[in-house]
Design a binder for this molecule. Structure first.
Ligand SMILES: Cc1ncc(COP(=O)(O)O)c(C=O)c1O
Length: 419
């Protein structure tokens, strides 16, 4: 059944309404024989996904990197959970709260491809990774490797352990256009000495969207006896991988980014053998050393957010990670390929599809990123994230599954006029 016939059958054509999850699943099923790379360019199909999003008419939102706000299908479930927990009050908190959180973690572990015993729900990437940095068993003179393109909150946490324990930071700079994986791996390898204990690496650099060869970096670091902590804030639920296949020791992500969970939700993965070595940020009662719940005492928190993780995963699974990844990469390539060779335009993201996905960063040689961001917003009604530092000067462009090629045509038009 093609999409038009299907929509007719379910009575949605002409109503302008969003599809409920069952209908969305049917629609996706009707496309099961279409390759993800082909479906990626099917505007009619993605328009059905877009219908689930309530979009501000005032501007085109190309800044979904901070927060992938919820489609209405998930938002409605979230509101139901808020009402239900408000109705049940302390009874909910004292009875099923923790069992429910555990089953949400198990569902997330299935998405991550890891054991439920190695993953906990946190409030965000910052909490996850800062717990590792702050809770690592540092000795004065130990060294840690990181990049200037890493996220500020983690770099600040390293500054703190540096002051507190005498840890030495080795900060490298990742080129925006590497020639090979070896170039990146060698860069990290050259920062390691016999004193290095921990290496932090972004899976996807947030300011450029560059994907780093994390598995190769882990293999290299492990050979030298160095543990690896991966910042997966922008990779989880954006493109396809499992955490175990990276073979990292620690991995953190924010679920309010690419999984579209309500604000304030994240994950921390810790390889089983490493769980017992981490000092929790907030102390938990006596637990076995390899019980990851010892790292998960956060006190009373919005339990309705935990419950919505399941709904967000349902939405994500219906689209399917291959389709989502292919669409996001298609969208990025759609606009970058049209402006990459324009004089005066600087693209800060590699063209190689294995080194990028949905996010890219564009600058103009004759304009500060903040001015470019201002003009894009005020003159062209396009919202982006200007970045000016760590060798990256341009606006970060982050589409979402609801973004259309027509939205991106506006960006291309603006850059072509401004070039
Ligand atoms: C690479 C990276 N790491 C960590 C974070 C922190 O995420 P959160 O504020 O959700 O903790 C971000 C946020 O944008 C990020 O881009």
């Amino acid at each position: 059944m093609d999409k038009r016939t299907f929509l007719k059958n379910v009575g949605l054509i002409g109503l302008g309404g969003m599809l409920n999850l069952d209908n969305l699943a049917e629609l996706v099923k009707s496309k099961s024989s279409v390759a993800s790379a082909v479906l990626a360019g099917d505007e009619e199909f993605w328009a059905s996904i877009r219908k689930g999003y309530k979009l501000k008419p005032a501007f085109i939102n190309l800044e979904n990197g901070y927060y992938n706000f919820l489609p209405e299908q998930t938002l409605e479930k979230f509101i139901d959970h808020v009402r239900e927990i408000n109705f049940q009050g302390s009874y909910y908190m004292r009875t099923v709260q923790f069992d429910n959180k555990k089953s949400m973690a198990a569902k997330l572990a299935a998405v991550a491809g890891c054991s439920p015993d190695e993953l906990i729900i946190t409030r965000n990437t910052t909490e996850s990774l800062d717990m590792i940095i702050g809770g690592f068993d540092w000795k004065s003179g130990d060294e840690a490797v990181m990049a200037e393109q890493d996220y500020g909150a983690m770099l600040e946490m390293f500054n703190q352990v540096s002051k507190r324990y005498g840890v030495i930071k080795k900060v490298l700079s990742v080129p925006n256009h590497p020639q090979s994986d070896d170039e990146i791996v060698n860069l990290y390898a050259s920062a390691i000495t016999e004193k290095t204990k921990l290496l932090m690496v972004c899976h996807m650099i947030n300011i450029t969207g560059q994907i780093l060869p994390v598995r190769k970096i882990c293999d290299m670091a492990h050979e030298k006896g160095v543990q690896v902590m991966v910042d997966g804030a922008h990779s989880f639920a954006h493109f396809k991988f499992t955490i175990p296949e990276l073979d990292c020791d620690y991995f953190g992500s924010s679920l309010h980014k690419w999984l579209s969970v309500p604000l304030g939700s994240g994950i921390l993965y810790v390889k089983r053998k490493k769980i017992g070595n981490v000092w929790p940020l907030l102390a938990e009662g006596e637990r076995k050393p390899d019980d990851i719940s010892r790292l998960n005492h956060i006190g009373t928190h919005p339990a309705h957010t935990d419950l919505t993780i399941s709904d967000a995963i349902d939405f994500y699974n219906i689209i399917g990670v291959e389709r989502k990844e292919a669409r996001l990469r298609f969208l990025q390539n759609y606009w970058t390929s049209k402006v990459r060779d324009l004089p005066n335009v600087i693209l800060n993201t590699p063209a190689d599809p294995s080194r990028s996905c949905g996010i890219a960063n564009v600058g103009l040689k004759n304009m500060k990123p903040s001015d470019l961001g201002d003009i894009l917003f005020k003159k062209y009604a396009i919202y982006t994230a200007p970045i000016d530092g760590a060798g990256v000067h341009g606006c970060r462009i982050t589409p979402n599954v609801y973004t259309t090629t027509a939205d991106l045509d506006e960006l291309v038009k603006a850059l072509t006029e401004l070039k």
